[in-house]
Design a protein around this ligand. Structure first.
Ligand code: TXA
Ligand code: MG
Length: 320
């Protein structure tokens, strides 16, 4: 694996060129986005995209997100660029919003797991933007973690999960947002939230527990640490006996003896909580304690997105 280190704000194009060349040759390249690291391959080439599934151990029924630049012709990936798709893209791109809409025939079935829809996002991270500019064609990229494990927010996370199966790792430092993009499905005029994220759109119905035919990746085991993990209601006392790791906030209710306590910070500063969450989950997971308990933020907006990830990390199981 070749590691290329670049400046996150002003990545040097010449330094990035080998990463673009590897992608164009059909190889796998992990790179930072503003949300989490992605594991990239050419989206319109089924053999390249297929390598993503092999590398991650990802089942073929979990479709990929296609990354583009906001000024590219969206008619390359969507069968029809409808007015609601246009509006969402104009308002939120580049940024942490993935739009699911009718798929163009040029998008291979392997990318969409045979669905008639495709998920598309224009990232804002300067490294992802520069890479897309150099490659010039859409890049499919799921989060660059082993299937069902916690998403990677640093190059070290990617290297430890996938170092032996990727060709190039672009290290642009920690990802600023720290949780995956918001996913919205556009069906005619109708918008549905499939995954909450940092982009919060008022007034759309949530379908984050959609049947698997609508969003096959929405498994409860997603984002799971190896250590048995439980979620605790916001500001609740933890009564169960340790030992274990309790992951809470600066104002959490103190735990009984036997718990190692880690704070995600101030729950009024959710951006910094999001930025730290996966790093803290991975670090706590490495301690190999019998159990880890993560407290919900109990807050709306970005807090709801964080609580969704905490719920999934715990596989839906609660602590008391
Ligand atoms: O922030 C992000 O979105 C990151 C960065 C790398 O862009 N990517 C990411 O990808 O989180 P991934 O593969 O870990 O999650 C993609 C989710 C999956 O849950 C998948 O099921 C859903 O998007 N998805 C993809 N295509 C879909 C479709 N056509 N319909 C519904 N859901 C879809
Ligand atoms: Mg993922």
């Amino acid at each position: 694996m070749l590691t290329i280190t670049v400046d996150a704000r002003e990545p040097d194009r010449r330094t990035l060129r080998p990463a673009a060349e590897a992608l164009l040759a059909g190889r796998l390249v992990a790179f930072p986005t503003e949300t989490v690291y992605g594991l990239g391959a050419l989206a319109l080439d089924p053999r390249s995209a297929g390598r993503i599934f092999e590398a991650k151990g990802r089942p073929p029924d979990d479709p990929l997100i296609v990354h583009v630049l906001p000024d590219w012709d969206l008619g390359l990936v969507f069968a029809e660029v409808t007015e609601p798709i246009r509006r969402l893209a104009d308002e939120h791109w580049p940024g942490a919003l993935t739009i699911v809409g009718p798929k163009h025939p040029s998008v291979p079935d392997i990318v969409t797991s045979g669905l008639p829809t495709v998920a598309v996002r224009a990232p804002s991270h300067p490294v992802a933007v520069a890479l897309l500019e150099l490659v010039g064609v859409p890049v499919a990229a799921p989060s660059a973690n082993r299937f069902s494990y916690v998403s990677p927010t640093t190059a070290d996370h990617v290297a430890s999960d996938l170092g032996d199966v990727i060709d190039v790792l672009v290290d642009g430092g920690p990802t600023p947002i720290g949780i995956e993009s918001t996913i919205v499905r556009v069906n005619g005029e109708h918008l549905t939230l499939l995954r909450p994220g940092s982009v919060v759109i008022a007034g759309i119905g949530s379908d984050t527990h959609a049947p698997s035919s609508l969003s096959p990746g929405r498994l409860e085991v997603h984002y799971s640490p190896s250590t048995p993990t439980r979620a605790l209601a916001a500001r609740s006392p933890l009564r169960s006996p340790g030992p274990g790791v309790f992951i809470g906030y600066d104002d959490s209710i103190p735990t009984p003896d036997g718990w190692q306590v880690v704070s995600l910070g101030d729950r009024r500063d959710l951006q910094s909580v999001a930025h730290r969450l996966y790093e803290v989950l991975r670090t706590a997971d490495a301690l190999r304690v019998p159990v880890m308990v993560v407290e919900f933020t109990g807050v709306d907006g970005l807090g709801a997105a964080l609580d969704d990830r905490i719920h999934r990390a715990a596989g839906g199981q609660s602590a008391y």
